[in-house]
Design a binder for this molecule. Structure first.
Ligand code: ADP
Length: 472
């Protein structure tokens, strides 16, 4: 089969979170299974863009309301990612450093989707499946089916994967003129609660809808940021496929970002050396259990609870534990996390920003990884932590519930709690300290989690089965 993935992110070209990891890995594993998988994304101005060679494969133009745009599709020349990576360059709109966060994001991603559909309409053959990811690409199935210029694409099967239903790409009806001419009596496909809702539109128009864990799919039926009724109505075409992790990137035995490589046979020494480096860098006592948090500092991740939880946990532990945070997000949370730093020098540190290398070093050097998320569609961090022998301390929700078993149960390896609350976090940190002091159980737990197979192979097959079920 030939599959075209459409996404705003793809690791290592551009990454803001888990979406990039998935779109950078799934196509690679689909290629391993003998299929042709390609990715098309906006041409963000990232290091990867400048460090690699590109060739122009298409030039075209389109109109969006009263603006006319030229666009260019470029392809990475050396097949570095083991699949074809295409980028859409629209001068002045997409060629920017950040992936998101501009006032004209609506226009940027609308233009991206029109350019992709326009390009696709010029292909001499058709791919077998168009796989769109999140709201930034969710209007593509609608355009393929309803826009007059693209109707010849209407029979190509489409699948929408929702990596996070909190973000839906809402825009006012005044923006409807951006969409190339379409059957206006079909306006109901675009609408949800009197706004244009690209994610809702994708759910209505795509042949299949998947999300990134079975647990999250069930939760969306009653908690989907306003789309609950739609998910219930479309339930027949919805399914959850758990994300995998890319072992060619996330493996402590080959990871080039970490100080000392290790595997299941020598993890005790390997982790100790990596922990020493981290503790030296941040002035922590290596004897203390080290808890880390890596991620977006937003409400979904319950990052706002961390400052108070750390304060209480440190007071309770009499300074016998250390905390390190890496992330960026809401300013108030960033500030609160930085403020407590002064009171707990040598026990607590926060690094505000995005740092791929440090994140790998933290997975390798930490003892525990905290994820108190309010919403967690899949969560990759806990799976990376497990691979690196770092105990995940998670709230049992969404994908975290599907992937982490409490060490109190049979074959368990993590610490699970029920509520995204300061009390539950502090209590679970206490359980972590107890586990840390019981070296025999800790070693067993680490071994068990490092053996869990979270590879993409199984999930990549499940996606292929899903495509086959809609193959026309
Ligand atoms: P999200 O909801 O953000 O997509 P996931 O758990 O699915 O959450 O994926 C998060 C990914 O982003 C992981 O690869 C994690 O290591 C990475 N990440 C998040 N924040 C940072 C940061 N500040 N620096 C480096 N990597 C980060």
């Amino acid at each position: 089969m030939e599959i075209l993935h459409v996404s705003a992110e793809c690791y290592p070209m551009a990454k803001a979170g888990g979406l990039a990891d998935v779109v950078g890995a799934l196509p690679k594993y689909q290629q391993h299974l003998g299929h042709i998988a390609k990715v098309v994304m906006p041409m963000h101005r990232t290091e990867f863009l400048y460090d690699n060679e590109w060739e122009v494969v298409h030039k075209g133009y389109f109109s969006m309301a009263h603006y006319n745009f030229d666009f260019t599709i470029i392809r990475e020349k050396t097949n570095k990612l083991h699949f074809d990576l295409y980028c859409v360059d629209i001068h002045g709109l997409l060629d920017r450093e950040k992936i998101y966060g501009y006032d004209d994001d609506t226009e940027r991603f609308m233009a991206f989707q029109i350019a992709v559909t326009e390009w696709l309409s010029k292909w001499e053959h058709h791919p077998d499946v168009i796989h769109v990811h999140d709201h930034h690409a969710a209007l593509v199935p609608f355009m393929m089916q309803q826009c007059f210029a693209y109707r010849h694409l209407a029979r190509i099967p489409t699948i929408l994967t929702i990596h996070n239903a909190q973000y839906q790409g809402w825009m006012g009806w005044d923006k409807v003129t951006y969409i190339p001419a379409w059957d206006t009596w079909k306006w109901g496909l675009l609408d949800w609660a009197n706004t244009i809702n690209p994610l809702a539109c994708g759910i209505k128009c795509a042949d299949k809808v998947s999300t990134v864990s079975p647990g999250y799919m069930n939760e969306l039926m009653y908690a989907a940021n306003g789309l609950e009724n739609l998910f219930n109505y479309e339930k027949g075409k919805c399914s959850g496929i758990l994300n995998g992790i890319d072992y060619s990137v996330w493996d402590p035995a080959i990871d080039t970002y970490i100080l000392d490589n290790y595997s299941i046979s020598d993890f005790e020494d390997g982790k100790a050396l990596n922990k020493k480096k981290l503790c030296d860098d941040f002035g922590f006592d290596i004897q203390n259990p080290l808890f880390v948090f890596i991620g977006r500092l937003v409400n979904e991740k319950a990052a706002d609870l961390l400052p108070q939880a750390f304060r209480i946990a440190l007071e309770k532990a009499g300074g016998k534990c250390s905390f390190l945070v890496l992330g960026s997000g809401e300013t108030a949370v960033e500030q609160a996390l930085q403020q407590i730093q002064h009171n707990w020098i040598g026990f607590y540190n926060s690094q505000i920003g995005y740092n791929e290398k440090l994140s790998h070093q933290m997975y390798a050097g930490a003892d525990f990884l905290l994820m108190p998320s309010r919403v967690e569609p899949c969560g990759l961090n806990q799976m990376y932590a497990m691979r690196y022998g770092t105990v995940p301390v998670v709230r049992s929700i969404g994908g975290l519930k599907d992937t982490v078993i409490d060490y109190g149960g049979e074959n368990g390896y993590g610490i699970c709690f029920n509520h995204a609350s300061v009390d539950d976090i502090v209590y679970s940190i206490g359980r972590g300290r107890e586990l840390y002091n019981n070296k025999i159980t800790l070693a067993k737990v680490r071994k068990t989690m490092m053996m869990v197979n979270n590879s993409w192979e199984t999930s990549a097959r499940k996606y292929i089965d899903l495509y086959k079920s809609i193959y026309k």
